[in-house]
Design a protein around this ligand. Sequence first.
Ligand code: ADP
Ligand code: MG
Length: 698
Amino acid sequence: MLDYSQTDIKFLPGVGPKKAEILNKEIEVFSVEDLLYYFPYKYIDRSRIYFIHEIDGNMPYIQLKGRITAFETFGEGRRKRLVAHFTDGTGFIDLVWFQGARFITDKYKVNSPYIIFGKPTLFGNKFNIAHPDIDPYINEEKRQTGLMPYYNTTEKMKNHYLNSKAIQKIIASAFSSVVRNLTETLPDEVIQTARLMSLKQAMRNIHFPENATLLREAQHRLKFEELFYIQLNILRYTADRKSKLKGFIFSKVGDNLHKFYEQNLPFELTNAQKRVIKEIRQDMATGEQMNRLLQGDVGSGKTLVALMLMLITLDNGFQAAMMAPTEILATQHYLSIKELLKGMDINIGLLTGSTKKADRERIHSNLLTGDLQILIGTHALIEDTVQFANLGLVIIDEQHRFGVAQRAKLWTKNVNPPHILVMTATPIPRTLAMTVYGDLDVSVIDELPPGRKPIQTIHQYDKKRGSLYESIRKQLKEGRQVYIVYPLIEESEKLDLKNLEDGYEHIKEVFPDYTVCKVHGKMKPKEKDAEMQRFVNYEAQIMVATTVIEVGVNVPNASVMVIESAQRFGLSQLHQLRGRVGRGADQSYCILVTPYELSADTRKRIDIMVESNDGFVIAEADLKLRGPGDLEGTQQSGIPFNLRIANLVRDSEILQYAREVAQNILDADPQLERPDNRILLKQLRKLSGNKYNWGLIS
Ligand code: ADP
Ligand code: MG
């Protein structure tokens, strides 16, 4: 049977090769089916006709029924405009065109009845509608009433007469033949249990909604389907991986952990740390390979958890590795872990980009003999030449800085893949976690070590420098240290660096009795480390920096974080920066400096920061304000974040439900072998051929 849905759109009436090419390039619509899945982004109610005398200042798009009494042209050259005086007997309104005057006066006649559609705006003391839609009134029967769909179009499309209305026309002309041939894409059983509309009905109502209720049902069905297949794919992939890969079994807790616990542990573990260690230990003892995400807000003590898990690994005769995103952070981990393991007979190595050749070679050979038990490093650690004797656990700190492909490299380090624990301080909203990290198990440290005072966050306008410096001076006098952070974004790098330099000079003048150091991303790693080290050693009391300090730096004596031009940072970035203070027992402060004039969204962001210290609250708010596509880590996740119709924030309930339905199906039929489920395999295969790289999810 000929599958009409796969027909090239260039064969559709009114399309042709030229327009087809534009649709290919601009919105990736190639086949009739693609066009069908190009959903409207909004609908406008065209059921009501207004009277001109009803019009007031803030109306949305409306319809009027009446006649043009005369055309008039005003202005010259580029400022020329055509005006049609329009009346319905209750008043007058002007219809205005800035282009295409000839076309309009040819097409529309004075004194013929028309339905016009557009948004009235007040111009001088008279209402007008610019570039209205006009339909002859005699077509009343065929006139689109009810909900009128709007399709996204690009500038280029519009230049080639492919506006929303044209798209609608093309869809309408192809519709009845495609729909007839559409095969259902969900099994009957799913349609029944989830009480969904059929695909045909959904397609009809998404493009030509009969009424608001049917539209909502159509949207629901299509959203469900989109989320359902993502979840089915993730869950299937996870199950598959679990059944294929054997994991090392860490059955015991031995000398290393016991000794550490009794002699070296510097403080009581928090309950959350204990719980998480237990969860992870159990996971590493099952015989399955662990793939787990450990979430814990900044300062929640993830390093200690990581260390104890590495000790368990050693106790079971394996090596452990820990990877950090930057050299500074890797070094800091190395030093603090070395300190924590003082007096214990454990070999630890540090491998980064700047490790000397001789050291590097020694590390390589000691890894192969198994003498080196713990290796800490940057991604130098996953370079091809590094081979382990028996790598049992890999811990990845702040994973969003590592691409998925880099993570995958770890698997080739052994015959069997090591257990993998990804640690992150960027709290991930639940809906996103279910999607981006859908195949990872999750552990959460939801408690900070005791004695920490919540950081006080203050919003300050940049005109009030005097009182800002007063607060800073007070803290400096008490022996505390201060960070001052400037934004650095690529487009305006030069300008930002100048801001940073100016800020640095200025701060030196304002605080002559203190030493100021400076760190930014353009410095060589060595210089950067040296400056950072001066701050760590209290040789410098103020650090002026860009966001390079965002990740992981631990200076408990620092109690003030000043963020300049805070309006230019995203919420999660602000939260990360704030997490650099409040690491000791002293009251800490985060001061967000902004201009007085702020957009509503920005003010909301700042308010959220002032009100909440909870990373999860902030992450949810961030997701709501920005949408998932912008969140860190999502671009590289391989997930189709340009979801066609579903929205990870608004449709989280549908997402949750779709996941349950998918899980139930897999529980009953893991390989999707039942005749009813064949349709699922077919769809999954079809989707995997799409531009989305499903295979990358890991
Ligand atoms: P993060 O989760 O941000 O990586 P760290 O592991 O760097 O946090 O820990 C932050 C600070 O808290 C460190 O100085 C660490 O020594 C300390 N810490 C960790 N666990 C505890 C605990 N149970 N009690 C007291 N302090 C702790
Ligand atoms: Mg950390």
